[in-house]
Design a protein around this ligand. Structure first.
Ligand code: MN3
Length: 216
């Protein structure tokens, strides 16, 4: 997990697809092996490959991290901006999604700063989980529900479309929920609500807490 977290923060061109911190079958029975394999080794790999292809001809951007590329999106060359943000988001968003899950028996509760912020803003983890589920269900087509920190250091639940990342809106991503059909269609078919409920079993709030502590 620390490895994947560090990669997300420090990786620059040429980007690589970090190994999962668990086996492809480790999240069963909540997420199936084939979905995890395809999601990581086909979908995320495509975003990594596309991002590298785009950056190949832009040496001035090759020392930038994902956070820098996305946060400074306004100043990217217009010829590649949309494509680059889409694929940089695809890499960032998926690494966050994968690194904040664990096999159910290894997941831990929210601690420290995150626990206090959740209590203050939502009243508790069940209420936050409920709000994230509603947000995930509200996404039309492909996208994400997010827990973010706003500029005032307050938690918020927001949604984004496709591979958009909250950094583009000046919000700090704390955790996310991928609701693209590729995240669940093989096992849950069109039942997004069932996928979200199952996925809650493997969200590791202890990892989310560590991510927040390392970045705030
Ligand atoms: Mn996905």
């Amino acid at each position: 997990m620390e490895e994947m977290m560090n990669r997300l923060l420090t990786m620059t061109y040429p980007f690589e697809n970090p190994r999962l911190p668990y086996r492809f079958n480790a999240l069963k029975p909540f997420i199936d092996t084939e979905t995890m394999w395809l999601h990581h080794s086909a979908h995320l790999q495509d975003y990594v490959d596309n991002l590298n292809r785009i950056l190949k001809d832009y040496p001035e951007l090759q020392n930038k991290t994902l956070t820098e590329l996305i946060t400074d999106g306004e100043n990217l060359p217009w010829q590649i901006r949309d494509d680059l943000l889409y694929n940089a988001g695809g890499v960032y968003n998926h690494i966050m999604y994968f690194m904040q899950m664990s096999p159910e028996e290894e997941t831990g509760p929210a601690t420290g700063n995150l626990e206090a912020l959740i209590l203050e803003r939502f009243g508790g983890l069940p209420q936050l989980t409920e709000e994230l589920a509603k947000a995930g269900l509200s996404v039309k087509g492909s996208g994400y529900a997010w827990l973010v920190l706003d500029r005032n250091g307050r938690l918020q639940v927001v949604t984004t479309g496709n591979q958009e990342n909250p950094l583009s809106a000046g919000l700090f991503p704390v955790m996310n929920l991928d609701v693209w059909e590729h995240a669940y269609y093989l096992m849950h078919h069109n039942r997004r609500a069932d996928y979200i409920a199952d996925r809650n079993h493997v969200v590791d709030w202890e990892k989310v807490s560590k991510w927040l502590d390392a970045n705030s």
